[in-house]
Design a protein around this ligand. Sequence first.
Ligand SMILES: Nc1ncnc2c1ncn2[C@@H]1O[C@H](COP(=O)(O)OP(=O)(O)OP(=O)(O)O)[C@@H](O)[C@H]1O
Ligand SMILES: [Mg+2]
Length: 527
Amino acid sequence: MITLKDISKTVGSRSLFTNITASFSSGNRYGLTGPNGAGKSTLLKIIMKQEPATTGQISLPRKVGFLKQNIHDFENYSLRDCIIMGNERLWNVMCERDKLYEGEMTDEVGMKLAELEDVIAEEDGYSADTEAEIFLQGIGIEEDSYDKLMKEIPTDLQFRVLLCQALFGKPEALLLDEPTNHLDLTSIGWLEEFLMKYEGTLIVVSHDRHFLNSVTTHIADIDYDTLIVYPGNYDEMIVAKTSTRKRAEDENKSKEKKIAHLKEFVSKFGAGSRASQVQSRVREINRLQPQDLKESNIQRPFIRFKQPEKECGKITLTIDSLSKSFGENHVIKNFSYEVLRDSKIGVIGNNGAGKTTLLKLLSGIVTPDTGSAKLGHEVKLGYFSQNHEEILDKSQKTNLFEWLKTKKAKAYDQDIRSVLGKMLFAGDDAFKEISKLSGGECARLIIASLMLNEHNLLIMDEPNNHLDLEAVSALAVGLSEFKGTAIVASHDRDLISQFATSLFVFEDDKLIFFDGTLDQYLEKKSS
Ligand SMILES: Nc1ncnc2c1ncn2[C@@H]1O[C@H](COP(=O)(O)OP(=O)(O)OP(=O)(O)O)[C@@H](O)[C@H]1O
Ligand SMILES: [Mg+2]
């Protein structure tokens, strides 16, 4: 059980939430929801005592699994060790034991070792290796990598190992911040199954509606400056939330109407002889005060991409016998295709299949082993990287406005403000430091830079990761309205279905072109 009492948090001059009092029971699975920047990650960090609350107290069980994001801290550990570190008590004792074995063996050391072995047994330490392997297998990591160091495997796999770390060691509570961001559909299915069987207290943040609906028993939603827990899954929460809000609004409206009538009576007869009737109406007016309804924090950005005035050639991109391998792993084998102007191509396939590599080859960021990808005449490319830090250096001390200024020479200040406003950074938010941005806010800022400039080819790698539902829908509209060519990799079925009219598919170790929509592709596969 996790309990929060009177938790408030203010960042800068903005209050994220005030006086949250809630308890999360074991056996329940809570989805923590709210739009980008609502304060979900902040609340999880407050619960983990990694960040102070402005006011309030927290109580936590002894063993909590927490999904970490700092992959760099683990780069010199093996995958196996990295997972076992998820059980802190076990890990510390194992390290101490190994150190004692290296030194001189005295009676005292022997006694200490016996004590340590007891703890190791208590924490199921003797089956830790096997348990770690079961996790690695479940999450789709090849057996020959188990003893590799973290830094020797690709970034998205490192995030998966950290997920296993959080799940390891039978924690009494699990706090997961966007665990599906680095997973493909197969591993999402595995995680769903694991969580459905989990008996402790789960709090999980996700913008993936399908995932939330299948996993959660309750939704804790951050809105109206507080946190409200609804029973049921995400879709049920939306219905309940809308109807509760509507009831409160209707009640307010009818109160306001009554008050207006009563006030009319008071102003008509206030000075006259019907003093007692007037008094009772004044009392009624005071009693009827409408509730102060806080604004909802849900907002939709407005996404439109501009084209350069000069039209580009009919062929946007010529892909000719393109091949790329990493060691024995032949990611792209002899792929050729001519991308015509205004194509809308979705890129789909499991993680590790090669989507990012393909997009980097097409953007000229990675060089092919053989073959080529050449931009057509007058083609201006805009690229959105899966790893935001490749575009946005968060260690730099700069704000959103200044950063965007560096992205376009001679941009007018009001153009930058206008693009920021469309991406929901209005007023002082334009001058927020980029190091403070949430995941979704980073994605919105990178999209803002693509909107500020003119492109006729957009290549985007998982742009929906971190984005909330409103922003993903706005992006789908922006891409469908875009007059140029768009090539976008994503696991989000809704996004691909909405904008793509053809696909690059990584299917059974091969890259193919499919001339049709995602729905048509899925239909063909199942028939
Ligand atoms: N130290 C700080 N100073 C000013 N603003 C901050 C600070 N830390 C966080 N913020 C702001 O607080 C808000 C909440 O951030 P948080 O990361 O908790 O959001 P989130 O709900 O997890 O969003 P996302 O869905 O995008 O991950 C954001 O607007 C963020 O920019
Ligand atoms: Mg977050």
